[in-house]
Write a protein that binds this ligand. Structure first.
Ligand code: C2E
Ligand code: CA
Ligand code: CA
Length: 643
């Protein structure tokens, strides 16, 4: 590689290119979202040093042409500074790779010591030869005498260290990133070679620039999703950590559209436009992160947006106008960064824990107490995941409770509903409202159903063996798990394995609004009904019932929700309405079960409204499944009398 060159030959093209490119990089960094990592700090220095080196090179070659008195001291000094800047750059590249490869202390120390030694040695030699007048010189007429040159030696030593680092620890960096480095270094060598052939020098800085351009693209850029203007969620962690370390408060706003959140779906174009506009218009320096198809979160620094409360007010007002247009169901959560959540980098799951508790089409402002609730949520989620992972079919943490159901026809308690509880170490009993939505949202619900079903089957087997009259016990099943392919197979297998009659298990399901679900339900109910399993329609009266669909599904028992029991007490008119609904079902050969019977009055009204079964606190709260023995009667004995 010839580094022989002449001042007369100098062309500023290379240096000007570098100055321009560095400015472009600064603009890119300023306008795109860049993760503020340690490596990025080093990277920024690399670009700054390159920028200065190019300026310096330009400068001393320019002043050289103005010197007429043969005193070239300034040129010598500037040239030394130029070399120092270039070697600082090489040193920074070494640091950069060390940081990127996350080298341990014992591995990084020798490399850093060696690099620093080379760095110091080359610069000292440069100065010494300059003072001794043995190095690069210009004679009185301005002609170059190259003399001793340690630049090339230093450069080669540094390149050796860099290539060693890249090769020895290549496993530590994603392979394609590595290939990017190798490629750009190769191009740098070629450029150096080419400039040597043409007696040029200003392309040296250019060759240093190539890796910097590659790094910006490969390592530091976090591409925007052009449509919504959002950044991948991975960058959120860095933003949170960066600001947390500097004690800066962040404000955030999360928009969740459940309908858009399914696989294969995404925001419509009009919605994308709105989101992009919203995130840019209101908050200064806000970054929008896409969590999932239907979930975006906007983060900004509080200090940059001192009037953020007013802005929140404006944005919500604007949102309402948009909502009138789009009419998608939504959940909005907003708040400020909280130390515990920042430390765990857990904003996404924190926000999800709030979604779990809030109603649809609502806006929630995070309160400090939410952290405690979140920690409980996290704990339960961990346990659920552990229960799932362990796969113990009779896991002790999942408890089967049962609420006996009074059968008006037989005058006995011979059926019951199985209700799930969790008994978690250190937490005690957890009720379904705390964990069922969580289990559903995270795909653990079917696993829990299987455990409850198995425990229920086991207990039925015991009760039958002890000659108790067990008509059947119903188990609650979530619509989500019915969508799973293995559903019917799993249910029939568990019942078959326990050896109890299939008819002693019933399944409770609630209505679903979706047309797809309806078709699917119809098929699956059919399969299980053929085996003798009965089906209950749960919570009738709580949603918008589609009578046509209900009648098309082969339910055996309609469970009237407690709200209907209460309604029937409110006025004669409502009592008539509930009564006629019930008698219509009874005429169609369904059995009607009233839930939530608490008082004598409830009981009397329901008995007069075509009831076949009664369930509620008046008879019993849910009890551990083994205690069903206190309610069920043994064959031949007449223990239970209608109270
Ligand atoms: P659900 O299926 O409607 O269950 C009836 C709920 O009403 C039970 O609450 C029961 O304790 C309560 N209840 C019973 N009698 C009365 C009464 O007289 N008055 C009042 N106010 N309430 C009464 P629980 O056990 O907390 O269960 C709540 C919900 O959690 C259940 O509602 C069901 O949707 C769900 N769930 C419970 N166990 C399971 C399960 O194993 N699987 C699934 N997928 N969901 C379950
Ligand atoms: Ca139920
Ligand atoms: Ca119910």
């Amino acid at each position: 590689m010839g580094v022989q060159y002449y001042f007369d030959n100098y062309s500023p093209v290379g240096d000007i290119t570098v100055v321009g490119m560095c400015l472009v990089i600064f603009v890119l960094i300023g306008t795109s979202y860049v993760k503020k990592t340690k490596a990025f700090g080093v990277y920024l220095n690399i670009v700054i040093y390159l920028f200065l080196a190019a300026l310096c090179d330009l400068f001393y070659h320019t002043i050289y042409t103005f010197i007429t008195d043969g005193n070239y001291t300034l040129v010598y000094v500037m040239r030394l500074i130029y070399h120092a800047l270039l070697f600082s750059n090489l040193l920074l590249y070494v640091v950069y790779i060390v940081v990127l490869e996350r080298l341990e202390r014992d591995k990084k120390l020798p490399v850093m010591i060696l690099s620093t030694l080379v760095y110091v040695a080359v610069l000292v030699m440069d100065v010494v030869t300059a003072i001794q007048g043995k190095g690069f010189r210009l004679d009185a007429s301005g002609k170059t005498i190259s003399g001793k040159n340690y630049f090339l030696l230093g450069y080669l030593l540094f390149m050796t260290i860099i290539l060693f680092l890249l090769f020895a620890y290549r496993k530590r960096v994603f392979r394609r990133v590595m290939l990017g480095f190798y490629g750009t270094i190769l191009i740098s060598f070629l450029v150096l070679y080419a400039q040597g052939r043409h007696g040029q020098s200003s392309f040296t800085v250019v060759s240093f620039l190539f890796p910097a351009v590659a790094m910006l693209y490969i390592v530091h850029s976090t591409p925007y999703d052009i449509e919504t203007g959002s950044v991948s969620i991975k960058a959120l962690e860095d933003m949170v950590q960066y600001n947390h370390k500097r004690n800066r408060t962040l404000i955030y706003m999360s928009l969740y559209l459940p309908d858009m959140d399914e696989e294969g779906r995404s925001f419509t174009e009009a919605l994308q436009d709105t989101i992009r506009r919203f995130s840019a218009e209101y908050f200064k320096e806000a970054v929008l992160f896409q969590v999932s198809n239907g979930h975006v979160v906007l983060f900004a620094r509080e200090s940059k947006n001192p009037d953020y409360e007013r802005k929140v007010h404006d944005i919500l007002a604007a949102f309402q106008i948009e909502y009138e247009k789009f009419r998608f169901d939504y959940k909005i959560v907003m708040g400020k960064s909280i130390r515990e959540i920042s430390e765990k980098n857990a904003y996404v799951s924190f926000i999800k824990s709030i979604h779990q508790r809030m109603r649809i089409n609502n806006i929630y402002f995070v309160k400090p107490e939410d952290v405690a609730t979140y920690e409980e949520y996290e704990y339960i989620l961990n346990e659920l995941s552990d229960i799932h992972k362990k796969g113990d079919p009779l896991d002790e943490r999942v408890l089967a409770y049962c609420q006996p159901v009074f059968n008006l026809k037989t005058g006995k308690y011979d059926t019951a509903e199985a209700l799930m509880r969790l008994n978690l170490p250190g937490k005690g009993m957890i009720f379904p409202d705390k964990f069922i939505p969580l289990a559903e949202a995270n795909g653990y619900i079917h696993n829990l159903t299987e455990i409850i079903l198995r425990k229920t089957c086991e207990e039925i087997k015991n009760l039958i063996r002890e000659e108790y009259e067990v008509n059947r016990i119903s188990v609650n099943v979530s619509m989500l798990e019915m969508r799973e392919e293995e559903f019917t197979g799993d249910i029939s297998r568990i019942i078959a394995e326990s050896g109890i009659p299939e008819g002693s298990i019933a399944i409770e399901i609630t209505e679903s609004q979706s047309e797809n679900d309806f078709m699917l339900l119809k098929d699956k109910i059919g399969v299980l009904k053929n085996k003798g399993i009965k089906f209950y329609l749960d919570d009738f009266g709580t949603g918008y019932s589609n009578m046509e669909r209900i009648l098309e599904l082969p339910f055996d028992i309609i469970k009237f929700d407690r709200s209907l029991v209460l309604a029937s007490d409110a006025s004669k008119r409502s009592e008539k309405m509930v009564g006629s609904l019930a008698s219509m079902f009874a005429n169609l050969e369904y059995s009607v079960l009233y839930e939530g019977i608490e008082t004598q009055g409830d009981e009397e009204r329901c008995v007069n409204m075509s009831a076949s079964y009664l369930q509620g606190y008046k008879y019993s709260r849910p009890v551990p499944i083994a205690e069903l023995r206190n309610f069920f009667s043994k064959a031949g004995k007449n223990t239970c009398i209608f109270q």
